[in-house]
Structures are given as C-alpha cells and as structure tokens.
Design a protein around this ligand. Sequence first.
Ligand code: PG9
Length: 618
Amino acid sequence: AALLALSFPVFAQTPAMAPDIPAKFDTTVPEADYIKREVMIPMRDGVKLHTVIVIPKGAQHAPMVLTRTPYNASGRASRNTSPSMQATVGQGDEVMVGEGYIRVFQDVRGKYGSEGDYVMTRPLIGPLNNTRTDHSTDAWDTIDWLVKNTPESNGKVGMIGSSYEGFTVLMALVNPHPALKAAVPMSPMVDGWRGDDWFHNGAFRLPNLSYIAGQTAAKGGGKQLATGVYDDYDGVLRAGSVSAYAAQFGLDKLNYTKKLFEHPAYDSYWQHQALDKILAGRDLKVPTMTVVGYWDQEDIYGAYAVYSALEPKDSANNRNFLVVGPWRHSGVNYDGSSLGVFKFTGDTALEFRRDYMQPFLDQYLRDGAPAADTPPVLFYQTGVNRWQKLPQWPVAQTLTPIYLQDGFKLGFAAPKDSAAYDEYVSDPAKPVPFVPRPVRMGDGNVWRPWLVSDQRAVSDRTDVLTYTTEPLKTRVQIAGQPMVNLYASTTGTDADWVVKLIDVYPDEVPSQPELGGYQLGIAMDIFRGRYRNSLETPSPIPANAVERYRFALPNANHVFLPGHRIMVQVQSSWFPLYDRNPQTYVPNIFYAKPADYQKATLKVFHNSAVELPLVEVK
Ligand code: PG9
C-alpha cells in the first residue's frame, strides 16, 4: 500500500458537476508575426474609406501592396485566424508576404466599412459621373495617405487585384500617384459589354443578376436569391424574359439592374467606361503586368484589350507586360496544377507568382532589388503545356480560314460551292444548355471550370452544327485571336450565333482514359446578330437573307497535336449563361414578351470559316 501511494500521488479532483463554461475565458493567443492596423482614410471629399494594413512585425523600409475591393477588406485580410501573416492573407499573397511586404486592403466607397455611396464599377469623373471622386482619385488619395502614415514602409506602393479588384488597379493608372510604382491587374473587368462580365457582344450573362443582388442589396454582403428551383435551366426558362426573371425577386428595383436594362446596346454608357479605350488616351507611367486565365469564365476579354491598348505606349518595351496561365477566373491566386480534368506541369499559378510576379514587384518596390528578367509576354501554351516567353502578343500577324465544308468536314480548302449550307431549327423553348443539366449557376465547382467542360455534351444535338477535320498528321499551332466569319440566314428577324473552336482528343488517351474523344473548348464566344452592322445601333435581320457575321473569339495560344482533330460547333443559344434571343426582333430583348420567342430555321453557308492565327510549327 505504501508503494502504491508513492506511485500514484493524489491530486485535487475537479468536481464532476463543476460547470464547463466559465464566466469569462479567452484562448491564449500565440504571439502573431504581424500587426493589423485598421484605419479610416479621408478622401478629398471628406468621405473616409475603411482600410486594413497588415504589417510584418519589425518591418522597416518595406514595400506596400494595395488592393481596393468591393468584397470586404476585413475578410480579405483574414483568410484564417492565425498568428502567421502568410496564413492570414490570401493564398496569392503568400509569396510576397514571405518577402516581408506590407499588405493593404481597402473597402471601396460605400461597401462594407467605407463611407460614401457605392456605384457599381463607378465610372470616371466625366459624362457618367458628376461627383468629385472616382476610383482614380480614391486610389490617389489612399496612396498619398499610406506613404505619409506608414512609418514601416519605404514609400513605394504596388497595386494588385483580380476581376473587380483588377478594375480598381486599372483605374489607379488613369492618373497614378507618383508613389505607385508597379501594377498587377489580374483578370480585370475592362469592357462590360464587349466581352467581360455583363455581356458578350450584346448577349446578356444571367448570373449577373444574383451578383447584383449580392453586391448591391446591402452595404455589406447581400443575399442569395431564393429561386425555389433546383435546375436554373428550368427556373430561368419558365420566367420568360430576363426582366420577368429579375422581377420575380424584386431585382428590377435595384439601380444597377435598371442601368443594365436601359443599356442593352454598346451605347455611350458602355463606350465611356471601356478602360482599354480610356487608358489608350493616357501615358503609361507605371510598369504594368496584366494577368489573365486562358479559360477565364468571367473576364476573358479585358486583359488582352488593355495590353494591346498600352503596347503602343511602351516604346522602350519595359512597362507593359502580359501573362496568361492555364487558369480559370482569378485562378492565378490559387492552385494552378489542374483545371477540370486537365492537369498541368505543376502548380503553374505558384510558379508565376514566385518566379515572375515577385521579381517584378521586387524590382520596382523593394529598395536596391535587381532588375527582373520579365519577358514582355509570358504565355502558357496549351496542348503542349509549357510556359513560353514571347516578344509580343499576338504572335500570328495573319489569319488563315478553316472552312465549314460539305459532309460536316472542316478544312483549309475553300468551298467549291458557296451556295451549299447546313441548317438547324433553333427553338427558344429548348435552348442549348451551356453545361449539362441540372444547371446550378451558383455551384462554383461547375462554374469555375466550365470553359474546359466536354463539348460532347451538346455536339450531337440537332440544333448544333458540328464540323471536324480528319485526325491531324502534323501539329497545328495557333497564337492570336481567331475570327469568326459566318455567312448565314434565319427565317426569324434576330438570332444569336455561338461559335466554338474545339480540340478533339484522340479516341483513346492511354495515360488518362477519360480524355478519350474529349472535346475541349479552345476559343468560344457568342454574338448577338442584331449588332452585325453596328454594336451601337441594332437592326433587324432581314428574314431569309444571307448576312455576314464577323466577330473575334477569345485569344488562343494552342497546339493541336497529331492524332487530334480540330472541330467547330455553331449553335444559337447558350443557356442559361446567356439570355435567350427571342429570334423575333424587338427593341429591347430584356423586355421580350412570351409571343416574341419563336422557332427559326438557321442556315450556315459553306463559305463560312473560322480564321485561325496560324503560326509555323518550329
Ligand atoms: N467577375 C466579377 C465582377 C467584376 C466586375 C464587375 C462585376 C463582376 C469579379 O469576380 O469581381
């Protein structure tokens, strides 16, 4: 017994019924390696903007990188609750934070913690903005304050951000503060009508409605739509027009919905906001690295447009840079090892951030850093999966037509008989789904990779024309922007044209069997026929007349490998990503009436082609 007592000392016991929730308790917080400073920065009109400054402890002469966001600065600065700054900021910031950068997030005016009025993608002061402030002045005032009030910094500021946040980066370049030394706009929203978020060539993108609810129903996070329908294909179809769908949820009362409905065409409202055109009229003072995902499902247009607009201003070839990775929208800030079923050569997004973006930022922001070896264009060539350093974009300076031929063949030989055609009936009651049903527009796992989804899902529909080459004997390489040149007629008085350039994989792919016969979209887009003669002034399509439809597809830098086939698909709906064209001409499609939605027979003539930016295979 004495031995036992020695081995098992008796401690005071916590009574079994002692309450387990104390009156007050805080977990011990391990000492953080950063300081978070929350400030309200005054703008020139007295409005104060909520700003979160995350500073590595002990920082001295550190560069600052600013993001101006409508998506909650506090949230952007707290990915995790952690004593580690790298874990606190976003995945895309880990590299720069590892290098001792100060990271700053600011709520744009009127959102979350910031004062003032929120106006969606607030236009510059001018015909569309009669106030004293815009994102250019707010960026200027913010940078001015930051350099004067952040003693840990070296007074050099970079701006970075994707999508809306990329738009605010570009806005800062309109009249840049002298302390703004480097800019990295990622997937920036540049032209909301031509090919970024709101429309593509006049066809309206329906997921915007829930985005508008989320962003403008409240100052903070808005609400999700309670659609009551699992399959959005059904829900949107049943409603009829977009305005009828919006009215179901009261969204027609929101100002930005009204603005969209009032400006269906490329009128001065859109033209005056097109940031590529605006920047084309300014000096290029700040080194700018514009970044985009090859399969960017939201802003596939703007990055290339901005790069092209800035290129003539870069005579010394040292300020304007373009980067395209094999990513989805904003994928540059996450893991870039794969997209859908497609696997790349490692984490391409991290490779870019670590090996190209960080040296670029360092060169301009860090005191005494060496010059980076930044290529004018860094492009991940798809099909062969490798990074390419290019002297400029596009590579191809000419276009070569590949024709829609008899027997649903596709080939470089011009047609003998240009009167030959194929036809299909497009029925607005049965539009072609953009992804297989049930369509859940809010499901990120479907939405994010949808541009690489298998186009076999629709290639055999009777309202989809599918033209294919023989299996290729040699590589076919394209590097530039393919152009659609369609000769077509309709029995209706309006029509949409969706054209898809596709890489068809061999019947068997032993190393990854699910790729056998896969139809991978390389460049796909939609064009609303009423705008064929003028983007600004629509006109009815004369029924049964052959009209020409010429429009650009998204940029492509792709190699079609031997054994693969090139395919072109043509269809007249892409639903419910794009609203349906009623196929009867009405002044404003947003308000089309149920009786306006009519079946039409569309003929596509065999002198139609997709003009390819072919480059010689080396
Ligand atoms: N693509 C989103 C957006 C940008 C600008 C306007 C509206 C939407 C985004 O991801 O921020």
